[in-house]
Design a protein around this ligand. Structure first.
Ligand code: GTP
Ligand code: SPV
Ligand code: MN
Length: 611
């Protein structure tokens, strides 16, 4: 091999992969701008990337039509014993899965360069950071990893001669015959896509897809699926959460983590511009939080990532100006539309629909076209440091102390705007039973209601029942330093299909109430589903929005909640004996609370005051 490092085990693994995948060349990534520029220039020359005249150093990619999102149906958590993966994960026995995949990997990089990407999740040297090495045959993956993680020589230095690293092997699964012209977006057929995790070996094997979480293995594969297993072993947590700092007019800071399923508002909330006068917010992370108990006994969070891989459609100066500010330069866009003047466009962009564009499929598009110009899961890859509201402390190796944990999801009805958990165990119950309508972030039907515990259904690397138990244990360890737990739903609609709540920057009004609850300064009413504000408890100063809709957003229909009990019971029953007894206690208490209520009740009508 042309190049080796001082780390013998790493060299040996790289050699093993060379022998297996048989690339034409091997490139060790140093993480420099020069490397990024050279790879991007090569992809432009090959017709895979389009430079954007309107945005400095930014490029548009179009994926193959079938490779547009994560593939949960083809994602595996592989332990010798299926019980360890649990009922919410796809499972194939490791020996069998490896045999299938080794056959696919055999010679799969022929005609291609193999890149070795040493990367750090978390600032290099942070006590919370973990090092991974991704081997891939995709230059697109290398450039995205440059933005999303810390890549290259500093990581190799941190690894030294025997540092621990997580092996992440990736191939697009499209070997080239001699002289064969490469596809614009090479990938394998759907039935040959495998996103596999072997948690016992700290090992990820991904084959056949070049898109997002399937291919940028530091993100969901390492920082959630593998990390969740390490976290339980080592006594911390790896969560699908944004991290946000909120500052009140007195300069007091509150740190908030929020877990919502994919495409349910994490990036938006993390970059929130509060509409309440005097309040400010800073973004620390938009997708993943690693949390551990600090020396003072509080819960501290770091963002293990270095960039944002965000949903483009819906992003605008109206909904998320900070994201728009982040996207001015040095970005990668995937599956957005291309305008005739050399810019990207997507549905609900501030700019009106262009008279003509090239859509994400590479076809001519006009406003009369029946298909969207950008794919609903079109994404931007942007450096976090470019975000206008990034916190000065976003890379603090010790993290920030968390006051508030929020769960939530996308539900058109039933779930009100905001609920506070009665206590930690009730909060764990709310997280465990969270439900949300499915989105385009995964390939499959959009809009189905499904239980997505802690927004981790697609990302938990072990039996979800044990994960619930881990949450209870963390609460016990935190004791009176436990963050307050809340559940939000920004997505209710009325009978006319209109949003009940304005959302986006106005979500600060809900966050303010949470901060006041933490400080013991806000009223709440105890309802069967938790503590809730009345409309008078929310700061609605300057809000131009129909009051009747806000009242509706805070109403609860006890009958509708009762009607979901059977579904919750079925959801929890899938875990059998492994389900913690404390969860069953929560379910029983919840049923008792609902039974003691009249069928219809509104939070705005005081039940009784919690404080
Ligand atoms: P992943 O990157 O897939 O994990 O998604 P995410 O949770 O970061 O979701 P994101 O913030 O990208 O939001 C997804 C979609 O929800 C976008 O179309 C947003 O415009 C929309 N959205 C976000 N916040 C709100 C809100 O407060 N109200 C409404 N109505 N829509 C919102
Ligand atoms: C998600 O689906 O939750 C994402 C996008 O953040 S991906 O990186 O593709 O997983
Ligand atoms: Mn996500």
């Amino acid at each position: 091999m042309a190049y080796t490092v001082a780390h013998q085990t790493l060299n040996e693994w790289v050699q093993e992969v060379v022998d297996l995948c048989q690339p034409d060349a091997v490139h060790w990534c140093d993480g420099t701008v020069k490397e990024y520029d050279r790879l991007m220039a090569k992809m432009v020359a090959a017709g895979k990337a389009t430079p954007l005249a309107k945005r400095p150093n930014s490029f548009l990619f179009r994926s193959s039509l079938s490779d547009v999102a994560r593939v949960e149906e083809h994602t595996y958590i592989s332990y010798p014993d299926q019980e360890q993966a649990g009922p919410t994960n796809n499972w194939i026995e490791p020996k069998r899965l490896k045999k299938t995949m080794l056959d696919l990997y055999q010679g799969c990089m022929r005609g291609r360069t193999m890149y070795v990407i040493p990367f750090s999740m978390g600032a290099v040297g942070s006590p919370m950071a973990k090092i991974g090495v991704e081997i891939t045959d995709s230059a697109y993956v290398v450039c995205n990893m440059h933005i999303m993680t810390r890549v290259g020589t500093p990581v190799i230095k941190a690894l030294g001669t025997e540092g621990e690293f997580i092996r992440c092997l990736h191939s697009v699964g499209a070997p080239l015959q001699p002289g064969e012209k490469d596809a614009i977006w090479p990938c394998a057929t759907m039935e040959n896509k495998y996103i596999s995790h072997f948690p016992d070996e700290n090992l990820v094997w991904s084959y056949g897809s070049g898109y997002g979480g399937n291919a940028l293995l530091g993100k969901k594969c390492l920082a959630l699926r593998i990390a969740s297993v390490m976290a339980r072993r080592e006594g911390w947590m790896a969560e699908h959460m944004l991290i946000l700092r909120l500052i009140n007019p007195q300069g007091e800071r509150y740190h908030i983590c929020g877990a919502f399923p994919s495409a349910c508002g994490k990036t938006n909330l993390s970059m929130l511009l509060p509409t309440i006068p005097g309040w400010r917010a800073e973004c620390i992370g938009d997708d993943i939080a690693w949390l551990r108990i600090g020396p003072d006994g509080r819960l501290y969070a770091i963002n293990p990532e270095a960039g944002f891989f965000g949903v483009a459609p819906g992003t605008s100066n109206e909904s998320n100006p900070a994201a728009m500010g982040t996207l001015k330069e040095n970005c990668i866009f995937t599956n957005c539309a291309l305008t005739d003047n050399g810019d990207v466009w997507w549905e609900k962009h501030d700019n009106p629909a262009p008279a003509h564009a090239i859509d994400w499929r590479g076809q001519d598009w006009t406003p009369d076209s029946r298909q969207p110009a950008a794919h609903p899961n079109a994404r931007f890859t942007a450096p976090a440091a470019q975000c206008p509201v990034i916190s000065p402390d976003w890379e603090d190796p010790e993290g920030v102390p968390i006051d508030i944990l929020i769960f939530g999801g996308r539900r058109t009805c039933v779930q009100p705007l905001i609920v506070e958990a009665l206590d930690w165990d009730h909060g764990v119950f709310l997280g465990a039973t969270a439900a949300s309508e499915t989105t385009a972030a995964n390939i499959g039907h959009v809009g189905n209601l499904r239980r997505d515990p802690f927004a981790m259904k697609p990302f938990c690397g072990y039996n979800m029942a044990d994960y619930f138990a881990h949450w209870f244990t963390m609460g016990d360890r935190l004791g009176d330093k436990r963050p307050h737990v809340f559940y939000v739903n920004w997505f209710q609609k009325n009978a006319d299909g209109k949003w009940l709540w304005p959302g986006f920057g106005d979500n600060s009004r809900v966050l303010k109430w949470m901060c006041e609850r933490v400080d013991g300064n806000a009223d709440a009413q105890e309802t069967p589903i938790g503590y809730m504000p009345s409309i008078d408890d929310l700061d609605l100063t300057g809000l131009d929005w129909p009051m009747d809709r806000i009242v509706e957003s805070l109403a609860i229909d006890v009958k509708a909640f009762r009607a979901e009990i059977a579904d919750i019971e079925q959801h929890l029953a899938q875990f059998g004996d492994r389900l913690p007894g404390r969860m069953i206690k929560q379910l029983q208490a919840y049923k008792r609370r609902l039974d003691g209520q009249p069928a219809q009740t509104a939070a705005s009508k005081s039940l009784h005051t919690a404080r």
